[in-house]
Design a protein around this ligand. Sequence first.
Ligand code: FAD
Length: 290
Amino acid sequence: MYATSFEYHHAATAEEAQRLLARYGEDAKLLAGGHSLVPLMKLRLARPSHVIDIRHAAGLLGIREEDGHLRIGAATRYRELETSDLVRRTVPVLAEAAATIGDPQVRAMGTIGGSLAHADPAADLPAVVLALDAELIAVGSTGERTIAAADFFRGILTTALEPTELLREVRIPVPPPGTGGAYEKRAHPASRFAVVGVAAVVTLGGDGRIARARVALTGVGAHATRATAVEQALVGTDAAGGDVAAAADGATDGLMLHAGRRGSVEYQANLVRVHTRRAVERAMARARGA
Ligand code: FAD
């Protein structure tokens, strides 16, 4: 099917994109990688009268380190996240997760901002920004605001962004020494979306015990969420013996799993526990410099 007709706008800068978005409001859609928007338009589930292309917009592109943060423009593509030396050195869990997305074509076009703004319940990067305590910088007609990743995802394909707000940047605090992260995913064999995805980031204290833990899940609810029961169970342990497996058992706390195309409730719960354990164990090994 063809999309309904629309007016195409090329935004040269983030400011121009936001102005166009403010002018056309709910009649407009931003086009980033297009890998979610274009199929929706072709299915006529999205019928914007104005499409604002931000693929080359200055102010939305690139990755840099500044003031202890990694600052990633919203229109930065997965391929860049996957291959960036800066990302691999500071937050390898992000590069690792980006490398699992779709296929090379999807990674060549899809963007971090598009993924977060679209908020597919089975997308990979929402779990990663939760585990990294990222801040999302949004720009609207009244100025800029900072939204903690923990407050950003609200429901299926629903975020804290207003319809006329542009997600400009993803800001990730560079983790302290003694931190390790890992992403474990059970990919759907057809789409490569996460049946279950788990991002884990742990920081060790001077005594070798876990001082801080972040574990976030995707694929198993309306939106990506932190597994706070696992985090709490890990803090203070040295992750030896059965510590990690016991903590991972709490990963299903509070989840509303439903039997369906993704398997039985028991199968999904097992996937969540197993992938949580694997992600935490690999994060621990990296934190110890192994
Ligand atoms: P677009 O499709 O251009 O936009 C998506 C939505 O976000 C639109 O509503 C758009 O207006 C809005 N938007 C975009 N940028 C901004 C911004 N800066 N501010 C505010 N709103 C914005 N995803 C995964 O996570 N894992 C997978 O394994 C995976 N596999 C895939 C396999 C296939 C075959 C395909 C087609 C897609 C797959 N995806 C997967 C989805 C892919 O990651 C999409 O690229 C992503 O969901 C949307 O990013 P995009 O840059 O393409 O955004």
